[in-house]
Each structure stands twice: as C-alpha cells, then as structure tokens.
Design a protein around this ligand. Sequence first.
Ligand code: ATP
Length: 360
Amino acid sequence: MFDLSCTDLTKRFGTFTAVSDVSLNIPSGSFFSILGPSGCGKTTLMRMIAGFESPTSGDIAIKGESVLRLPPNKRNVKMVFQHLALFPMMTVGENIAYGLRCRKEPKSEIAGKVARVLDRVGLPGNEDKKIDQLSGGQKQRIAIARCMVLEPDVLLLDEPLGALDLKLREHMKIELKQLQHQFETTFLYITHDQSEALVMSDSVAVMNAGRFEQIGAPKELYDAPASGFVAGFVGDATVLEGKLGEVRGNQGRVVLEGGKEVIGTVSDGSKSGDAVEVFLRPEALKLGKGESGCQLEGKVESLLFNGASSRILVQTGRNLIEVADPEQRSDVGEGSAVTASWTPDRARIFARRPGSGAAA
Ligand code: ATP
C-alpha cells in the first residue's frame, strides 16, 4: 500500500509548465525526498499534494484514495515550512494544542496528547516555554510535534533546515531521520541540498525543469545515475568534456578538448560523434598508472585536508581532477608530477548537458 501516489501530475501557470508529467509512489513509513535546483518545481509539487494548488492534470492519492476534490484541511497531510510558522505569542503547549483545538478534540485529551508528542520529540515537560526561549533545533522539533500530534498520513517538509546554520543543519539531518523512524510516518522532504537528501532518505526523486530525471535509493543515484544531470547534481564529480569517438559494447573512447583520449562507460544512448561529458567520482580515481585510455598525467595543484574525505587536486591540461585521499598520502606534495587513473566502468559518459561549456 502506498501512503502517497502522484500520477502524471502536471501544473501549468499560463503557458509555463512548472511540473510536467510527474509520477511517484511512496510506500508507507518511508522517508522520500524530492531533490532539485531552485525553480525546478519542488514547491509547486508539494503545494499540489497539500491542496494549496490545483493540478492542471493528473491525480494525487493518499492511502489509495484520490484527494483531488478535497480541500487542504480534509487531506490527512501536514506541512512543516522553512520558517516553521510557529505562533510566537503562544507557549509550546499552546502551539501544539492549536490543531487539536481547531478539530474540537475533547479538552480532557488534549493535554495528554501534547505531553506524549513532546516526549516523542525529546522535549518532555516543555509545555509552558515560550517559543523564543527555544534553540533553533528545538523549534524544529516543536514544528514537527505540532504536525505529528494530528497523526497525518504524510508529513510534508519544505526545506525546513534552510534557515539553520551549517552545524545545526548537520545535526538536524540525523535527528529528522531518527524522528521519522520513531513516528513511522511517511515524510516527504523537499530540498536543493543533495547531502541532506542522501543522508536522510530511503528514496530520492531528482527533479529538473519540472520533470523527474530519476527515482532511486541514494546509493543507486550515486553509483548508477541515469543522466548527466543526476551525475552532476548528486555527489561530487570531475567532469571532462569531449566528443565521443569509437564505441564498443558500452565502452566509449572520448576525445577531450586538447586532444587527449580517455575511455569510459557510455551510460545513456550517446553515439559516436556526440558532444559528451565524462564523470569521474573522486573515489573512483587513484594516483598511479592505469590501462591505456584510463589515465591522465598532471601536477598536484593542492592537497585539501578534510579528515576521511581529504582530496588531492591534480591539474591535467585544462582539467582540474579531484582524487579522493582517505589515507592522506604523505608521498605527494604540491607540484608533484602524478598520474590519476581509473577503470573504465567507473568513468560514466553522458550526453553533454545543455548550457555546460562549449561544444566539443
Ligand atoms: P525553490 O527551491 O527556489 O523554492 P522550487 O523548485 O520549489 O524552487 P517552484 O517554487 O515550484 O520551484 O517554482 C517552479 C517554477 O514555477 C518557477 O519558475 C516559478 O517562478 C514558477 N511559479 C511558481 N508559482 C507560480 C505562480 N503562482 N505563477 C507563475 N509561476 C509560478
């Protein structure tokens, strides 16, 4: 059973299509993210699910029932906004009780429900605190508690970490995931931050210009991106531009700008003669010789120390290549002559994305 399904959902504003033919099925109790750059249509999609915007065509179902004809307050979904929208003049308890009072739940039950949800978000006994007495992270938890006390089928979260500083964001990623596990409720999270989506989600839909490019588990998107857009948007990669030459099976030879040839795996329908990009993940590269076509010589431009995710930047011709250096090698320094190599299956070739550099 799916908690939320969208089928061929489209939204047009005049002649502009903000969401185009989007379909998804979210299984019960999962953490699902929609990831995409600013303006790709994430908020419009979420507003349609919440009932604040009507689709031009398509269907939305919650627990298998179409909700298109239901107003927002009759759909059993709740939404956490980026700015949380807590009532500053009310106490924590009053904020959480607000929705229960609107529903005219018996007074005798409200206090108990508020106490229980506060307990579940790790803030027991904070009913009488004022909102401005809370830290940024505590406000997040109250915003979630205020929704969860109403027991929604799906909780929608619209970039709720956007206003937090970096350190708190890192912490809240883990906390949000734990809260979702604890409530066992489906969370639909939208973000333009790939690291948030990868860390928290069971599944991610990568959205670009109103469409879904790929839906998959974070590892699947990272290891087997379906397009150059996904390969470039999810995770880090060095991108080499060139023209696809000979293709044998799924292995292709790419002539880079500057004349060097490299080998990789053609990962879409690109054909010989097409302008392409070769994506190399930092951990797919090592320093040392590789087989012909799977290496580039260069000089170490800089060493970036960052604990386990330390990197070596290698300048080769016009390309700066990022090589993972988890062991923080001491035998190379800035200016050392090195060779960066890979195996053909770890270099993914996709059609060149529109607007990315000059034609080959
Ligand atoms: P962000 O991350 O910046 O919030 P987003 O991915 O959520 O972006 P949307 O807010 O859904 O994107 O907007 C998608 C596109 O639809 C944008 O080009 C936006 O200008 C347009 N759009 C959104 N709402 C309307 C509207 N009411 N009328 C006309 N165009 C709109």
